[in-house]
Write a protein that binds this ligand. Structure first.
Ligand SMILES: [Fe+2]
Ligand SMILES: [Fe+2]
Length: 290
């Protein structure tokens, strides 16, 4: 316990060392908050960041590679792939620079961490589209950012602790519990501090803070439970775990039943999510290679 404070301070230092989110990210979030956010606002927001515009155009072109004429303006990209898609592409492009980092102590390469974040975001969007369509875009953003606190935790872990963490994980202890035990702070709380520092909307902050313990959240419960389920699905898909085996294990896991129940999904409906999310992933591979 005596070491808890220095670790916590170090985690905060690690957070402070991360670069800020691009301004365009906030502008797009604002537009997402406002259901009447106009196309002109979207174009204005994107005009702030030419690097992101270039990425958006690159994706519009690769999604429509059959076009004879290349998409060379955001205006044309909006006309072709729609405002929603352009907004989502801009969200991926503007978070990529922060999130695509290796987490050596979690044994994740930059690509693996990014892939987990993208998979959780697509899973969250897929579930929201079926059950809670009005939070569809929030779901995508929260899914993408849910593990951002791991960026602060990675630097705290030395070789000995890495082994200790692995041993405890193998014994079935949840990661957030292990982190809390060893460092006095877990990646959920570190993510919450990050969300506060960078003024993320409250619902996204709560989804990040409670994605491992949704029962502790007081607000925004749909989004929080949704991210818990999306995170689990992303782990199953990226670890290549057999889906039937996973679902069998969940028969005795009250947290899975509670989460899918909160989202209005039966066990059968939850099972059917997996192939649909895998199809979404195949259809959005372009986001893995930004
Ligand atoms: Fe997590
Ligand atoms: Fe996760």
């Amino acid at each position: 316990m005596s070491q808890a404070r220095p670790f916590r301070e170090q985690a905060i230092e690690n957070l402070n060392a991360l670069p800020p989110f691009p301004l365009v990210f906030y502008k797009i979030l604002d537009i997402t908050e406002n259901v009447h956010g106009s196309r002109d606002e979207l174009l204005r927001a994107l005009s702030l960041d030419q690097a992101i515009v270039a990425k958006v155009l690159q994706i519009a072109n690769s999604a429509y590679y059959g076009l004879e004429k290349k998409v060379s303006t955001v205006d044309r990209a909006v006309a072709l792939i729609g405002e929603n898609m352009v907004r989502e592409v801009a969200i991926y492009c503007s978070t990529y620079v922060i999130l695509r980092r290796p987490l050596a102590r979690f044994r994740l390469s930059a690509r693996q961490f990014w892939e987990h974040s993208v998979t959780a975001s697509l899973a969250a969007r897929c579930i929201a589209t079926r059950k809670i369509p009005h939070i569809r875009e929030k779901a995508l953003v929260a899914g993408l950012l849910h593990d951002i606190g791991k960026l602060a935790m990675d630097g705290l872990i030395d070789q000995n602790l890495e082994e200790e963490i692995q041993e405890r994980l193998e014994k079935g202890r949840p990661l957030d519990e292990i982190e809390k035990d060893l460092f006095g702070i877990d990646h959920c709380e570190a993510g919450c501090l990050f969300a506060e520092k960078w003024s993320f909307p409250d619902d996204i902050r709560d989804a990040i803070s409670y994605h491992h313990r949704p029962g502790q959240a007081a607000d925004h419960l749909h989004l929080v439970y949704l991210i818990q389920v999306a995170d689990k699905i992303a782990h199953v898909l990226s670890a290549g775990i057999n889906i039937k085996d996973f679902l069998e294990l969940q028969l005795n896991a009250t947290d899975w039943d509670a989460a899918i129940g909160y989202l209005g999904l039966s066990r059968d409906e939850a099972e059917l999510l997996f192939p649909d999310i895998e199809a979404e992933l195949r259809g959005n591979e372009v986001f893995l290679e930004l």
